[in-house]
Design a protein around this ligand. Structure first.
Ligand code: ADP
Ligand code: MG
Length: 163
């Protein structure tokens, strides 16, 4: 099931992220897809705020560290796969530990988790239940943001309240 949104500013994207963050809990996995500048990090800033991460914490792409961790209502693991090239690189992130750690996991450049030709998930981790977000650049300040709940229980997960 996909919910479609349009935003006209970074602020609007942060606000949408905040609404989403408010309904996330431990164990939730959010995969973000979209080109450079699409607004993945901007959305993550809002999601982190909604998860209760203090506004004092500077939420930015963990491009060099691969994983940033923030303390919100639950631990928040912010991963950026941009620089990931191989399966062994992927293993070095310890995504498995992040997922077992009971936090919420937010992954930028989630394209890298999927096999280019087959579309199969390349991670060994259990990503069956997840939220996929596709961001597209429509214009300088406009973005389409599509949120898809994959294998989540409609009666139990708050993400469906966003529609
Ligand atoms: P990504 O992480 O996908 O590379 P960023 O969030 O870092 O993207 O950057 C998005 C850029 O686009 C920022 O400079 C932001 O201010 C700008 N921007 C303009 N309009 C929007 C919008 N509607 N939503 C998100 N970002 C926007
Ligand atoms: Mg980014």
């Amino acid at each position: 099931m996909t919910m479609q949104f349009h935003t006209s500013s970074a602020e609007e994207t942060r606000n949408l992220g905040k609404l989403l963050g408010e309904v996330l809990s431990a164990g939730d996995i959010v995969l973000l897809f979209g080109d450079l500048g699409a607004g993945k990090t901007t959305l993550v800033q809002g999601i982190a705020a909604g998860l209760g991460v203090s506004q004092d914490e500077y939420v930015r792409s963990p491009t060099f560290t691969l994983v940033n961790q923030y303390q919100g209502r639950v631990p928040v693991h912010h991963i950026d796969l941009y620089r990931i090239e191989s399966a062994s690189d992927m293993a070095s992130i310890g995504l498995e530990d992040e997922l077992d750690g009971g936090g919420a996991v937010l992954v930028e450049w989630a394209e890298k988790l999927f096999h280019k030709e087959t579309g199969a998930i390349t991670a060994d981790y259990n990503l069956d239940q997840r939220i996929e977000i596709r961001l597209n650049i429509l214009g300088d300040d406009t973005r389409s943001i599509n949120i898809t709940a994959v294998n989540l229980d409609k009666t139990h997960h708050g993400v469906f309240s966003l529609q």
